[in-house]
Structures are given as structure tokens and as C-alpha cells.
Design a binder for this molecule. Structure first.
Ligand SMILES: [Zn+2]
Length: 327
């Protein structure tokens, strides 16, 4: 039964007047009629509590009670799916938006919640958008920019690091300024530079001689021709330098913890010619990869904090506090 009612609500041009499913189908003191003609029976006190705009709207004399309902009927511009979304956020119930996987639905609900000045429901919607940022970070970034949501913008920017930049086009980009997009480009550049320099300060790596590429004594297992990755006198083996070149190139493209922690160590370990290194490489690279991923995350956290500071300053319009680099 419930499913049938929900389906009816989803038809945007339904000419027939229908009633929303529970809990918006009981006798109350107000009816909100959606643009697709679905009646939601609601308590004014709930709406007033959640929305200053509803509070103001409902504090003025209401239209004469509708003869069919015995209570006033207020027409709203939202369709039933969006209206249900924001009403669920006002009622003491588990809002379905938390499980919503369709970013368009979430977007409509957030726009409506913002329109009605619903502050704490917006925080809940923000949580839903964070869940969706993993798959569509650029889109969520643009939404956050448009609605001045600094933490969400920073979260989405961070999530976007898992994809090669700039990624796929999304229509929401048309709603943000060139400045907002420029700062995302700068953020990617900064993060790529920070993780690209991860082999310059290497205390995170621990003792050098615990790794076979520094400790192997096989004279046939030589160093790289141009002497790169020499750390405090420890000269690495050529195979490690080649592998590390590839890891850093990947990290510059996708500067995130996941790139470090999923980097391929199997191929290099299996194909080593040096028996000493072949015996230990996989174990040592596994250990190294964990520490590398932790260091990458640490470097990104620093870059992200600076980026978030910019967003907070931008959201509060205190432009002189924005670091020059991001202006
Ligand atoms: Zn070796």
C-alpha cells in the first residue's frame, strides 16, 4: 500500500489530487499542497520550529479553511518528492534523505531547505551530500560553493583528489564562479606538490636499513644511474628508484592516500633479478606503502586546512583573511 502511494507522489504532472503517505495523511491543522497536487497534512508547530520562514508565513492570518479539509491549504512550488524530503527533516522520524543515492533529489531538497531557512535540516542534507561526494566530488563541490557550505566544499575538494583532475563535466559547474573553480585547481596543484615532495623529508620512513633496497649487499644489484632517492648516505637500488618514480607520478595525478595504499608492489617484487631483494621486497614494500600512505594523508591534511580557512573566510566575506595564494 505504502509503495503505491509513494509512486503516486513521484508523478510530477499528476492531475489528480492525492494524499501523501504516512505520517502526512492524518488530521492536522494545515495542508501543504505540492506542485504535483499531493496533499501533506502537517502540524504548523513543527514547521514553525524548523523554519523561520514558515514561522513568519504562518504567523499571518491563514486562508479560509478549505471545505474539504476543514483546515487551511497552502500551495507550495515544490513537487511532492522534494516536499516530503524537507518535511521528513522537520519531523521526529528517520529522514529518507539519509539513504538517498540520487544526487538530484538531494539537490532539490537542499535548495528547498535553504529557501525555507531550515538550518539544522540543512546540516543533515550536508551529511547526505558528503556520502555522495565520494562518487561525484566535482558536482558536490559546485553545490557547496553555490550554497556557501565551507566544510562541504573542503570535503568534496578532498574527495576529488581520488580522481584525475579535472574529471568529467557536470552542469552545476555553470553555477559557480571562475574564482571558485580556480581555487580548486590551485588546491589540486598544492596537494600534488605536497605529496610529490614526500621523498624529501623522510623521517616518516623510519630506519633506512630495514628496507632491502637500502641494505642489500649484492654488488650486481646496482644503484640508479642518476643517484636519485639517496637518503642520508643510503643509496637505493635501481629497481626501487624506478618503482618510486612511478608511485610519485601516480601521486601527482591523484594525490590521495588511496593512490599510495593501493600502489602495485606485486609486479616489481615478482620480477626482481636480485635474489636478496626478491626474498624481502614484498614484505618491505608492504611496510613502506603503509607508512607512505600515512605520510601522504598528513601532507594533504595540511594543504586541506589552508583550503578550508579560505572557504570559511569566503563564506563570511572576510576577503582580507584569504591567503593570497587562493585569491
Ligand atoms: Zn638486491
Amino acid at each position: 500500500m505504502e509503495t503505491q502511494q509513494v509512486d503516486l507522489e513521484c508523478q510530477p504532472t499528476s492531475p489528480t489530487l492525492t494524499t501523501a503517505s504516512a505520517p502526512f495523511n492524518k488530521s492536522t491543522d494545515l495542508v501543504l499542497r505540492s506542485s504535483d497536487m499531493v496533499d501533506f497534512h502537517v502540524w504548523t508547530v513543527m514547521l514553525k520550529e524548523a523554519s523561520p520562514m514558515f514561522d513568519a508565513m504562518l504567523s499571518i492570518p491563514q486562508p479560509v479553511a478549505d471545505p474539504e479539509h476543514d483546515v487551511p491549504v497552502v500551495h507550495v512550488t515544490e513537487d511532492s518528492k522534494t516536499l516530503r524530503g524537507i518535511l521528513e527533516l522537520c519531523y521526529p522520524m528517520a529522514p529518507s534523505i539519509i539513504q538517498e543515492k540520487n544526487i538530484d533529489v538531494v539537490l532539490h531538497i537542499i535548495e528547498a531547505a535553504l529557501k525555507y531557512s531550515m538550518e539544522w535540516p540543512v546540516a543533515l542534507v550536508e551529511q547526505s551530500l558528503k556520502e555522495l561526494a565520494g562518487d561525484q566530488p566535482l558536482r558536490v563541490y559546485a553545490i557547496a560553493q553555490r550554497h556557501r557550505m565551507p566544510e562541504l566544499a573542503q570535503f568534496a575538494a578532498h574527495a576529488s583528489l581520488r580522481y584525475s583532475f579535472p574529471g568529467e563535466y557536470c552542469p552545476e559547474l555553470e553555477d559557480i564562479t571562475g574564482g571558485a573553480y580556480y581555487r580548486l585547481v590551485k588546491y589540486h596543484e598544492n596537494c600534488a606538490r605536497a605529496v610529490g615532495a614526500v621523498m624529501q623529508e623522510t623521517a616518516w620512513m623510519g630506519r633506512r636499513n630495514q628496507y632491502t633496497w637500502f641494505s642489500c649487499q649484492n654488488v650486481k644489484c646496482g644503484p640508479p644511474p642518476n643517484g636519485r632517492y639517496i637518503l642520508e648516505g643510503y643509496i637505493p637500488k635501481a629497481w626501487f628508484a624506478v618503482w618510486m618514480d612511478g608511485v610519485l607520478a601516480d601521486l601527482r595525478k591523484r594525490p590521495c592516500k588511496e593512490t599510495a595504499s593501493t600502489t602495485n608492489i606485486e609486479t616489481v617484487s615478482m620480477n626482481l633479478g636480485c635474489p636478496n631483494c626478491k626474498a624481502k621486497a614484498h614484505i618491505d614494500l608492504t611496510k613502506f606503502r603503509v607508512l607512505l600512505a600515512e605520510e601522504v594523508e598528513k601532507q594533504l591534511a595540511k594543504a586541506s586546512t589552508r583550503f578550508l580557512n579560505y572557504f570559511v573566510a569566503y563564506a563570511h566575506q572576510v576577503f582580507d583573511q584569504i591567503e593570497l595564494e587562493f585569491r
